[in-house]
Ligand binder design. Structure first.
Ligand SMILES: C[S@@+](CC[C@H](N)C(=O)[O-])C[C@H]1O[C@@H](n2cnc3c(N)ncnc32)[C@H](O)[C@@H]1O
Length: 446
């Protein structure tokens, strides 16, 4: 038993040993494995490092590449920038040049504008001067006419210049004869003038004639034409009472303006003169009607009518109804081609026996000779600075026009005066027409 036990112990020991051995082997193995693992780990680490290194290298390469690229890009950029700068410089230069050119241009334009303005101002000054002169001339004429009215019946009427040395001794000389030289000079001056305006411009002036006169009245109102308080003295029949049993006389004024003629006449004959008057400038008619005497007298019928272009307004003017017609500086304002039509219309409204009184510009009057080149519209027909038009008649053509319309001449003369500005020692040769025509009684019965 003992042996057995020993044997068993031995066996157990052996087993134990074996186990131990196995364990040791196991442990070795484990150690080995651990070692291997460590090695693996190390390898892995190395690998990782390597990879990192590689990555780093790659990165570096990449970076280098990128740097290179960047460098290239930068260089390209720089090149581009240089080009751009060059371009900009060029552009700046161009801009500068353009600016300079522009400035030069602007300077030139300014200069031109200045010059134009100066020219315009000169022109305006000239025009104003001319208008002033025309105004003065008209005023002079009006004053002269008034003076004439006062002197007509007096002993002072005939102031004849028989001694040329005495010309400055008076303000005016009557019935001044023109010598051959003066007439030749005037004819040469007028003949040298040419029509420079185009047909369209001339047509437009005629189309807008009423508007131009309207502007004149809008600017001057009733200040320009002074009341003519001498007409009833010069033509007493205008205000004389009508024949027994006959109705009031009818006076018609053509182109009445603001009423400088009609008011003094209407006031002279408040109970037996009916006054009809018209103008194609609406402002003139408005101003005329705004006179307190228009309503107070109640004998004036003022209306707007363009006698050259429009038919007779029968509501104002019945056929054969007018006794007297006043045409004061109005026929000269009408285009010569329209004169015949105007006279036909007047003929239709004038009574048989009715008289027409005309005062107007005569050929080679100072006003005609004063016109500067560029103002001529047709033979002896001109445009003033304010665009109103004026014609200068001979007494022969006036008579012919009236006779063609059916009227007969009562009188038809030139009023040639020498006006003297003694202060300035200047002489002015004025030529006006004074005419009277009648619608023959016999004509009416035909
Ligand atoms: C020189 S001013 C004379 C005004 C007025 N007779 C006087 O002596 O006070 C000429 C006038 O004729 C007028 N006129 C011109 N042509 C006319 C026309 N075709 N029909 C009506 N009036 C006209 C103008 O408007 C202007 O008032």
């Amino acid at each position: 038993m003992m042996e057995m036990m020993e044997m068993m112990e031995m066996m157990e020991m052996m087993e134990m040993m074996e186990l131990m051995m196995e364990m040791m082997e196991m442990m070795e193995m484990m150690e080995m494995m651990e070692l291997m693992m460590e090695m693996m780990e190390m390898m892995m680490m190395e690998m990782m490092e390597m990879m990192e290194m590689m990555e780093m290298m790659e990165m570096m390469e990449m970076m280098e590449m990128m740097e290179m690229m960047e460098m290239m890009e930068m260089m390209e950029m720089m090149e581009m920038m240089m080009e751009m700068m060059e371009m900009m410089e060029m552009m700046e230069m161009m801009e500068m040049m353009e600016m300079m050119e522009m400035m030069e241009m602007m300077e030139m334009m300014e200069m031109m504008e200045m010059m134009e303005m100066m020219e315009m101002m000169e022109m305006m000054e000239m025009m104003e001067m001319m208008e002033m002169m025309e105004m003065m001339e008209m005023m002079e004429m009006m004053e002269m006419m008034e003076m004439m009215a006062h002197t007509r019946s007096s002993a002072f009427r005939a102031r004849f210049l028989d001694n040329p040395d005495k010309v400055l001794s008076q303000n005016a000389w009557d019935d001044v004869e023109w010598d051959e030289d003066r007439l030749a000079e005037a004819k040469a001056k007028v003949a040298a003038d040419e029509v420079t305006l185009s047909e369209e411009e001339i047509r437009a002036l005629d189309d807008d004639a009423g508007q131009h006169w309207d502007v004149f009245y809008a600017k001057n109102g009733s200040r320009f034409f002074k009341e003519r308080n001498y007409l009833h003295l010069e033509f007493p029949f205008l205000v004389a009472p009508p024949a027994e049993g006959a109705g009031p006389n009818v006076l018609l004024e053509v182109g009445c303006g603001t009423g400088a003629s009609v008011y003094p006449l209407a006031r002279q004959a408040p109970n037996h003169l009916v006054v009809k008057c018209f103008d194609f400038a609406p402002t003139a008619v408005e101003v005329l009607k705004s006179n307190p005497d228009y309503a107070a007298l109640g004998s004036i019928d003022a209306f707007v009518w363009d006698i050259a272009k429009d038919p007779v307004p029968v509501d104002h003017l019945a056929p054969n109804s007018v006794d007297f017609v006043l045409l004061i500086f109005v026929l000269s304002a009408i285009k010569p081609d329209d004169l015949a039509g105007v006279l036909d219309k007047l003929y239709s409204v004038v009574k048989p026996g009715g008289r027409l009184i005309i005062r107007d510009y005569g050929r080679y009057d100072l006003a005609q000779l004063r016109f500067k080149p560029g103002r001529k519209l047709d033979d002896h027909f001109y445009v003033r600075g304010d665009s109103t038009q004026v014609y200068f008649f001979t007494k022969e053509e006036l008579a012919k026009a009236f006779e063609t319309a059916g009227f007969a001449v009562v009188n038809n003369t030139y009023d040639r005066r020498l006006i003297v500005n003694r202060k300035k020692q200047q002489t002015m040769y004025r030529v006006w027409l004074q005419s009277m025509f009648v619608k023959p009684e016999a004509e009416a019965s035909q």
